[in-house]
Design a protein around this ligand. Structure first.
Ligand SMILES: [Zn+2]
Length: 136
């Protein structure tokens, strides 16, 4: 029996591309870079920046990887729906609103809460599917 400890970079890239296509944000570019957080959707360039910690994914990282990707995809979906300029404005307004209310501009941000909910509710479905398809 072969126990997969790592997901190959090819499979990782395929997983990302399937997700982008499924959520109709296939124009999003993905790039790996060294960063503090897990990922960041750069609304100006339409680039999903992914931490180098996900260059090769260990099986123990699958959950956080999928939640992270789905979270950023949710931002990309909003950027597509509203147009990136408008979405950036909306996002900044929301940050200002939270700060005005003595809340955290990210933790209490409705777009962040929505994106996190999306990731949390969908990752298991995708993990099962990708496992079945031999990608994980
Ligand atoms: Zn976010």
């Amino acid at each position: 029996m072969i126990i997969k400890e790592f997901i190959s970079e090819t499979n990782r890239n395929q997983v990302i591309s399937i997700l982008l296509k499924h959520y109709k944000v296939e124009s999003v570019k993905v790039k790996t870079k060294s960063m503090k957080g897990h990922a960041h959707f750069n609304v100006d360039t339409g680039t999903l920046e992914l931490s180098t910690r996900y260059k090769t994914i260990k099986t123990s990282q699958v959950k956080s990887f999928l939640i992270t990707i789905l979270h950023e995809i949710n931002h990309a979906m909003d950027a597509k729906t509203f147009g990136w300029k408008k979405f950036k404005e909306m996002y900044e307004m929301e940050m200002n609103l939270q700060v005005t209310n003595d809340k955290d501009p990210y933790e209490d941000n409705k777009y962040e809460i929505q994106a996190e909910k999306f990731g949390q509710s969908m990752w298991k479905y995708w993990k099962t599917k990708f496992k079945k398809d031999g990608l994980m």
